[in-house]
Design a protein around this ligand. Sequence first.
Ligand SMILES: [Zn+2]
Length: 131
Amino acid sequence: MRDQVDKITLLKTLEEAGVHFDISLGNGYGWAHITPAQVLEYAKDPQSWLAKCHGVTVEHWRAWIGWLEAGCPCYGITRRDTQCKLGSPRVENARDFQPGVSEYCEMHLGQSALHRNRNDFAVTLRPERGN
Ligand SMILES: [Zn+2]
């Protein structure tokens, strides 16, 4: 606790000396100013902080940013059993992104249900292993 207070004091001293703390929101969203107290919260869990800034859950944010950084691929599987190369329409806003749906082009959107089922399957499969 004392260590935490010392760190905040140090950060406040730096801010008073003209040092500003800004975090990148990623994907061209620019920067957000954070206070010395927020710097420590941010450092503990940057992804949660960024998800909160975008107004979505961490899982949602990870799915969105991972897909964006991968170049907005389509996760659809072609008849030749390869991943679709068309890509899917870019979703600029994390809140507009629909995990399991936005990652498909128009042609493979029907496979989004399979995507969801695969995830459900993975989740329900785990507890059964212990039996
Ligand atoms: Zn596709």
